[in-house]
Design a protein around this ligand. Structure first.
Ligand SMILES: [Zn+2]
Length: 154
């Protein structure tokens, strides 16, 4: 059995098949599962952090997804804060990309894509978010620094 090089999901076809699973899930998420835009944004941040070779190539893209996840889990996820982060990332940002941890959490899109309804979706994404955030614990301090910079500028 192949494994995804990003998240480690065991799936025939590896990273390509993992991405297809995610793309399929995103359609169902937007149509049926997610109660809000913020929820679908969180799944993107999680998936990108689990596949940093593709989605977190620059320091800025890593900062976008890492602060997005941190904001949702550690800071209550307000829209106002998300907008401040977005403004910060749209400007000139002088940051250095830290080493990215491996492995990236014990849950993957493989555990999420079969959720039957909105309630189990919300619970599953929350577990997925927390497991990914824990896997990134070496980067918690820098995530907080970046959030401070973004909010300090706002
Ligand atoms: Zn994957």
């Amino acid at each position: 059995m192949d494994a995804c090089t990003g998240c480690g999901l065991k799936i025939e076809g590896g990273a390509v098949a993992c991405q297809e699973l995610f793309d399929e899930f995103r359609v169902r998420e937007a149509a049926d599962l997610a109660p809000s835009y913020a929820a679908t944004r969180l799944t993107v941040d999680i998936y990108c952090l689990q596949h940093p070779e593709r989605y977190c190539v620059s320091a800025k893209s890593l900062a976008a997804h890492l602060t997005g996840l941190a904001w949702a889990l550690e800071h209550g996820g307000s829209d106002k804060g998300l907008r401040a982060l977005q403004r910060w990332l749209n400007g000139r940002v002088d940051i250095t990309k830290p080493p990215i941890p491996q492995p990236r959490g014990d849950m993957t899109i493989g555990d999420i894509h079969t959720v039957p309804d909105r309630e189990s979706y919300l619970a599953a994404v929350d577990r997925w978010a927390r497991s990914t955030w824990t896997a990134y614990s070496s980067l918690h301090p820098i995530a907080e620094q970046w959030i401070d910079q973004a909010l300090g500028q706002a």
